[in-house]
Ligand binder design. Sequence first.
Ligand code: PEP
Ligand code: MN
Length: 337
Amino acid sequence: MLVVMQEGASEAQIQGVINRLVGMGFTVHRSTGVVHTVLGGVGPVDDFDPADFEAIEGVKECHRIVSPYKLVSKNWRPQGTVVKIGNVEIGGDHVVTMAGPCSVESRDQIEKVADIVAEGGAQVMRGGAFKPRSSPYSFQGMGEEGLKLMRAAADRRGLLVVSEVMDHTQIPMLMTYAHILQVGARNMQNYNLLRELGRLRHPILLKRGIAATIEELLLAAEYIMSGGNYDVILCERGIRTFETYTRNTMDVSAIPVVKKLSHLPIVGDPSHGTGRRDLVAPMARAAVAAGADGLLVEVHPDPDRAVSDGAQTLNPAQFNEMMRQVKAIAAAIDRTA
Ligand code: PEP
Ligand code: MN
């Protein structure tokens, strides 16, 4: 349930409502907006009458939340979530580009990539050190050594780092190198991992599973938020359909749908969304036009020699051209990129 406090409600009034909710068996999550404080009561408690709460001094309104997700719902934070990391804001007016190779391969490669993505205007460098490959015989990633190389290259250019966490045992180590922990499509419904990530106070990039509905994506985010970690960024990266021309079908409409249902920022990944280099820029433009708060794009100094996902990876010239186009699209909808 949601309790919206009146404008100017006192701290004592807010605490009074929190105590009452806790007494009823709810776990309470507090969202402090510019005007209203909103209290989200989460738990298996059904027998309450919202009118009883509306009678309490300082309470503006009380609602039963009918959607299966609560903290992820737009009602809990109508003002929207902006994930702030240093001076980078994801979910604000600026469309944030996260770019880099599918996998970290070597010092030379990641240093070159850092130059390319920084010069192109990206603020976050991506790169996998632990790779969820469909085949056990494919390259599995450089592990911690790759993270060290990526963080050093990123720090030199003032970039943030996003990298995938595949297993809860990797969390402490990954947190020391990556400003944002990525949950890959294959792990979107790994509920043990999501719960562990909920205990952190560290930003998470949650990618949509290949067969996940929008509601399942939002429920996966609810697992993380219910632990008190509210810095969740969603990612539309394409879903599996009967179409075979593209690797996945990038569901651009999921972006405005998520924006309507949730306060969480969402980024588009046109690389995994299409699997084809020639389609990355068009779908990046589409994602930004549809309201994406950022892009996750694969870039490599020599994509034809990339150890993973080369076919969907941009070369430096293609990346620069995509950035130029995306800036124009962002400007058309009163944003920057
Ligand atoms: C990746 O970002 O390289 C990746 C493996 O993505 P996904 O989990 O979306 O397949
Ligand atoms: Mn990849």
